[in-house]
Design a protein around this ligand. Sequence first.
Ligand code: HEC
Ligand code: HEC
Length: 208
Amino acid sequence: MRVLALVFFSCMISLAQASDEAMQRFTRLSADPVLREQAYAAGQERMLFCGNCHGENGNSKRPYIPNLAEQNPLYLFSAFEKFASGERKDFVMSKLAPNLTLDDRVNIAIYYGQQKLLAHGEPVDAALLQQGEVTFKTICTGCHGVNAEGRDNTPRLAGQPAEYLGKALRRFRDKDPSRAGSVMMSIVADFSDAQISSLAVYLQQLRP
Ligand code: HEC
Ligand code: HEC
């Protein structure tokens, strides 16, 4: 219950700027434990379908699909808006997002915010790991946090599958329209494939 309260608190602060309507819903839920439990249960119900790809506990079933467990609630919430508006594009997500109601999106953020990220068991190349660490600590921590834990609208990267991270970074670098307008584009514009792979390997084994 303490974790739930914390998730709520951080949601409320970050959603304050996102949407008045969502904010009101979070405020109502945080004041009422029964409603809160209902939101969690409704989120869980909705998740059964999403779980085919993202895993019922938010740990994805394929390396090219992002984990949602422990992701920042506001980032999850605003990802749906981007898919729905077409700013961000993905074959499946672009079709799903417009059908989620505001309640669905709030419930989903609450449900996944509470799931635990599981460890990846893959062996890693020590040199690659070190190269990734140096780049991350030099360029990325200011926004994504020292342990890639993320904040507000900046996603947690720690523990994401390396394949998903590599794909996302190459798209930003190559100015792929599927993530148009992202602040990430200029940041990784000059990155080599090797630099991207080392970052992906480093971030996958990192824990927030
Ligand atoms: C058929 C597989 C599939 C299903 C079902 C699916 N997703 Fe996704 N989802 C993906 C893929 C693939 C991506 C990555 C898209 C990209 O690369 O931009 C994604 C991305 C996301 C993201 C952005 C995460 C990030 O780190 O940026 C969120 C949030 C999300 N999905 C939530 C959901 C929810 C909630 C549902 C159920 C309503 C759902 N997804 C159902 C495949 C799926
Ligand atoms: C100026 C702040 C800033 C800096 C510096 C920054 N990022 Fe980001 N990053 C963001 C924001 C905001 C987002 C979410 C918006 C988006 O998806 O475009 C993001 C998104 C991402 C994503 C997509 C995550 C997902 O789940 O889809 C990856 C991967 C990423 N950043 C990696 C990095 C790496 C690696 C570095 C350092 C080389 C870095 N970022 C530096 C702000 C930053």
